[in-house]
Design a protein. Sequence first.
Length: 137
Amino acid sequence: MRRDDAGAVANLATQLGYPSSEVQLAERIARVLGREEAAAMVAEDAGNVVAWVHVELRRTLVADQHAQVMALVVDERCRGRGIGAALMAEAERWARKRRANAVRVASRTTREEARRFYERQGYRLTKTSNWFEKELA
């Protein structure tokens, strides 16, 4: 992923349910790409970005080092062509190279298609959680 991809990445983030401006995405891309423990990759079709994945290494007190897929999105017009599977395989290679013991991904329970996709990639459901958020001023 490059900062120049911000417009396409923003459009795909909106499809995922996270609307953001091109300017916001350009800043976020720069932050992610500036960190050794994070990666963001795109898939292109005819020179156009049609999918992306963001993955990060996690080290916590309660778990060994693992990789967390922060987001994966494939343009809805391009799904079912193996693009998401290829990006997940690339994220897994990236994590393996950094000695992560697992790759984890969270998906909303309402996203049945995503659940089936991850299961086809060899992922298994390990738990269901509630996520809480508190806005800070």
